[in-house]
Design a protein around this ligand. Structure first.
Ligand code: ADP
Ligand code: MG
Length: 232
C-alpha cells in the first residue's frame, strides 16, 4: 500500500543518510587517529599535526551540528511569527561575516504583514543557510537582496537574490542532495536540511540561477490569517 511504500522510502533515505554520515565522518576520524599515532611515535614539533587535528574536529562538529537540526523533530515548536523578526535576528548574526566579505544585505517589504506559523529556530536556520551560501558565492563582495511579500495566493514569499557565482544547469539538479558540495570546506548538508524544514512547514522552494550572474531562491510559506496571530 501507499503507506508502506512511504515507510520503506523513508527507511531507504535514512539508510543513505547514515551511509553518507559514516563516510563523511570516517575521513576526519582516520586523519585524527593517524596524527595521534604520529605524535605518539616521534618527537617532532606537534604544531602542524595539531592544526590539522583541530580543523578535522571542526569538520566533524559541523557535520554533526547540521544533522542535529533534523534529528530532533520532536522538539519542533510552531508559533505564530512575523517573518521579518526572524530575518532581523539572522541579519544581526551574519552582520560581521557580511562586513568582512564586503557584502551589503537589504530587505525589501511590500508593506503587508508577513505572518507565518513556524518553529523560529528552524526557520532561522533556513535563512542562515541561504544567506551563508549567498555570501560564500560572492568572494568579491556585492549586494544581497531579500524581498518579502504577501501575494494574493495567500502565501508569504521570501526571495533571496545574490550576485554570486551562480549554479550551472548540470549542477542545479544535484542541489540539496546530502553531501553535495562544490566547496573545499563545505558539508553539502545546509540545503538538504533547509528543504526538509521547509517541507515540515508546508512550504516550497524554487531555485533559479545563472552562472556568473547570480542566484534567486524563492521560498513560499502559508500565510497566517489575522485571526490566528493572537497566539504569538
Ligand atoms: P555547502 O554550503 O556546505 O556546500 P549547501 O547544501 O548549503 O552545502 O549547498 C550545496 C551547494 O549548492 C554549494 O556547494 C554550492 O555549490 C551550491 N549553492 C547553494 N547556494 C548557492 C548560491 N547562492 N550561489 C551559488 N551556489 C550555491
Ligand atoms: Mg551552505
Amino acid at each position: 500500500t501507499e503507506e508502506m511504500l512511504l515507510q520503506s522510502e523513508k527507511l531507504s533515505i535514512a539508510g543513505q543518510l547514515a551511509a553518507g554520515v559514516a563516510h563523511e565522518i570516517r575521513n576526519p576520524l582516520t586523519a585524527l587517529k593517524g596524527f595521534l599515532q604520529l605524535m605518539q611515535a616521534d618527537g617532532h614539533s606537534k604544531a602542524d599535526y595539531l592544526k590539522v587535528m583541530l580543523s578535522e574536529l571542526n569538520r566533524i562538529e559541523l557535520i554533526v551540528s547540521e544533522l542535529l537540526v533534523l534529528a530532533k523533530p520532536q522538539m519542533t515548536r510552531f508559533k505564530p511569527t512575523d517573518v521579518r523578526t526572524v530575518l532581523q535576528e539572522v541579519l544581526t548574526l551574519l552582520d560581521t561575516q557580511a562586513i568582512l566579505n564586503n557584502i551589503q544585505i537589504h530587505i525589501l517589504t511590500d508593506g503587508q504583514d508577513p505572518w507565518i506559523e513556524c518553529d523560529q529556530n528552524q526557520m532561522k536556520q533556513v535563512f542562515i543557510n541561504f544567506l551563508k551560501n549567498a555570501i560564500e558565492a560572492m568572494p568579491r563582495g556585492g549586494e544581497i537582496r531579500i524581498e518579502v511579500s504577501c501575494p494574493a495566493s495567500g502565501d508569504v514569499q521570501l526571495r533571496f537574490l545574490d550576485e554570486g557565482c551562480g549554479i550551472s544547469k548540470e549542477r542545479i539538479a544535484k542541489i540539496g542532495e546530502p553531501f553535495y558540495t562544490t566547496k573545499d570546506k563545505g558539508t553539502g548538508l545546509g540545503l538538504m536540511v533547509s528543504f526538509k524544514i521547509i517541507q515540515q512547514h508546508g512550504g516550497s522552494v524554487q531555485i533559479e540561477s545563472e552562472q556568473d550572474v547570480g542566484t534567486m531562491i524563492t521560498l513560499t510559506l502559508p500565510r497566517l490569517a489575522v485571526m490566528e496571530r493572537a497566539r504569538a
